[in-house]
Design a protein. Structure first.
Length: 115
C-alpha cells in the first residue's frame, strides 16, 4: 500500500524551529513533485512549499526566508525546516506527493507555536 507518513510536529515557542519529515513507502516506482500544505482551524488548506523531482522549490510568501523544503530521493523523504516560527504558523501540516503519478496525502501532523 502506497502511503505518506509525516513526523516531527509538536509544540514550540515563538522564534523556535522544527523540522518535519514525510516518508513515502509501499510499491513506489516513481516520485515526482512533493509538497507541504497546512490547514489552520477554521481556514482553508494552503500550499506552504513544493519541490520538484529536480529539487526546484517554491514557497508561499508567508514563509519565504523562514522555511526550507528539501528531499532525499534515496530515502523517499521530503523535509520542511521551519525557523523563526510564529503563532500564525500553528496548523496541521500535510504532506502531498505524486507517487506513481497519483497524488497521495499524508494524515497530517500538528504544529503549535505558542508561549
Amino acid at each position: 500500500q502506497v502511503q505518506l507518513v509525516e513526523s516531527g510536529g509538536g509544540l514550540v515557542q515563538p522564534g523556535g524551529s522544527l523540522r518535519l519529515s514525510c516518508a513515502a513507502s509501499g510499491g513506489i516506482f516513481s516520485i515526482n513533485g512533493m509538497r507541504w500544505y497546512r490547514q489552520a482551524p477554521g481556514k482553508q488548506r494552503e500550499l506552504v512549499a513544493g519541490i520538484t523531482s529536480g529539487s526546484s522549490s517554491n514557497y508561499a510568501d508567508s514563509v519565504k526566508g523562514r522555511f526550507t523544503i528539501s528531499r532525499d530521493n534515496a530515502k523517499r523523504t521530503v523535509y520542511l525546516q521551519m525557523n523563526s516560527l510564529k503563532p500564525e504558523d500553528t496548523a496541521t501540516y500535510y504532506c502531498n506527493a505524486d507517487l506513481n503519478t497519483i497524488g497521495v496525502w499524508g494524515k497530517g501532523v500538528l504544529v503549535t507555536v505558542s508561549s
